[in-house]
Ligand binder design. Structure first.
Ligand SMILES: [Mg+2]
Length: 438
């Protein structure tokens, strides 16, 4: 088939859950039965964000990636809303690669490296000590991982009297309604968090909780980190996530305690829109601050870079896909910001992240959440194989995924969603005057 004759014919999705998160896989079909583009909507998102794009894409030539991206860009937004546009953009690149028989990294300008460093988020359930966390991280190191991240948050202090300072009753509300909202988020986000009092608590920004740590609380958490370092040593990078929605002044206070522990970064200490607090932290702490997993489009990173962010970690399935990741990489060069790639999705999102990381000039590592789920690796053919904490960049066409494991997709299908790959005929009628000016 000539390139100019290739057309998009269908878009379908499959919702899976349990490996460990809710993942939405996407297929973009073409009039060449041998060429199907694989994409993915952001974790814990809605397939609607992709399906609404279908009628804007049918009949179009999938090889014109930037043209189609600009057509659908207006339907994306921050966090999960970026997932539809991003998932389609990745599927388009997969199609281009398969049509011209080249790997995606080559389409992005070639690669800087043959293998990509992977770091896995590590959490320990329930009440535990820094030594427990250190042992869990040590296990990662024994598996070959060379860059570590742990969750460390104020939920550890809930049962330690005299460690937190907050309006009377607020902490009880948090425990009662929404423990998950400020705890680490292994597995899927519970739908119940999105309603009623849960939603209110889940979405309080850091500056509005006025939660502070007492000296006793600071001592407790510092001792936790000391215990972790005692087990894993001082030589491996260690990042910290999910500190909790506390006042930025207290994040700064705690970070001063951590300076001697060589922390790679502290993550999302304020909502990313809050440039004032990012600047305050950057001006007053010697621990790097990181954010970015919920930001749509590269252009929206520039203000946080101006505010003094040290590290960003965009999610490919929120930022808008591979070209936006390339653009944000260029902004990192301009502002002297380091970059990691946030990734909590299936092997489709993972392989897209691997190609992006191969094609970016500077990248620290790609995140990974599924190390304890052996079936995650088998969701695609060929199966994913990490080697000593690194992923080899494949040279096969497109993303390097030949097919999906439909048996596993059926096994892990999400209970409250349509069956995998159900037709999306209902969305063919969707249209609007999409012109963004008059
Ligand atoms: Mg995070």
């Amino acid at each position: 088939m000539r390139a100019r004759d290739l057309k998009i014919t269908d878009l379908r999705v499959a919702n899976i859950d349990g490996l460990p998160k809710h993942m939405i896989l996407l297929k973009l079909f073409t009039n060449d039965p041998a060429i199907i583009g694989y994409g993915e909507v952001r974790d814990a998102s809605s397939a609607t964000y992709a399906k609404i794009l279908k009628s804007r894409l049918i009949g179009e030539n999938p090889l014109n990636v930037e043209k189609l991206f600009n057509r659908i860009k207006q339907f994306g937004g921050h966090s999960r809303q970026g997932g539809g546009v991003s998932g389609v953009e990745i599927a388009l690149w997969d199609i281009v690669g398969k049509f011209y028989k080249v790997p995606v990294y080559q389409l992005l300008g070639g690669k800087y490296r043959d293998e990509v460093r992977i770091y896995c988020d590590t959490d320990v359930d329930g009440k535990h000590t820094g030594t427990d966390m250190g042992k869990a991280l040590k296990k990662r190191m024994e598996q070959g991982f060379t860059f570590l991240k742990m969750d460390l948050g104020i939920e550890l202090l809930y049962d330690e009297s005299g460690t937190l300072n907050a309006p009377i009753g607020m902490l009880e509300d948090m425990k009662k309604y929404s423990m998950k909202a400020i705890c680490h988020q292994s597995g899927s986000i519970d739908k119940s968090l999105m309603f009623g009092k849960n939603y209110e608590i889940f979405t309080i920004p850091h500056y509005a909780t006025v939660i502070h740590l007492t000296e006793k609380g600071l001592n407790y958490l510092e001792d936790y980190v000391r215990q972790v370092r005692e087990v894993i040593g001082n030589e491996v990078p260690l990042a910290i996530d999910h500190f909790g929605h506390v006042a930025i002044e207290d994040a700064i206070k705690f970070s001063k305690r951590l300076e001697k522990y060589n922390i790679a970064w502290m993550e999302d200490l304020t909502s990313w829109q809050n440039n004032k607090d990012i600047k305050k932290f950057a001006d007053n702490s010697l621990v790097p601050i990181c954010t970015g997993e919920d930001i749509y489009l590269a252009e929206n990173f520039e203000n946080i870079m101006k505010a003094g962010i040290n590290t960003i970690h965009p999610d490919l399935l929120t930022i808008g896909g591979l070209l936006e990741m390339k653009k944000v990489g260029a902004l990192c060069e301009k502002y002297g910001v380091s970059l990691a790639i946030h990734m909590a999705e299936s092997p489709i999102g993972f392989m897209a992240a691997v190609h992006a990381a191969a094609a970016l000039k500077n990248v620290l590592a790609v995140e990974f959440h599924s190390v304890d789920h052996p079936e995650w690796y088998e969701l695609v053919n060929p199966v994913i194989k990490l080697e000593n904490g690194f992923m080899q960049v494949p040279d096969a066409p497109g993303l390097g995924i030949e097919s999906l494991n439909e048996d596993l997709i059926e096994k892990f299908r999400k209970a409250d969603c349509d069956e995998p790959w159900k037709d999306t005929l209902d969305w063919d009628k969707e249209w609007a005057n999409d012109r963004e000016w008059s």
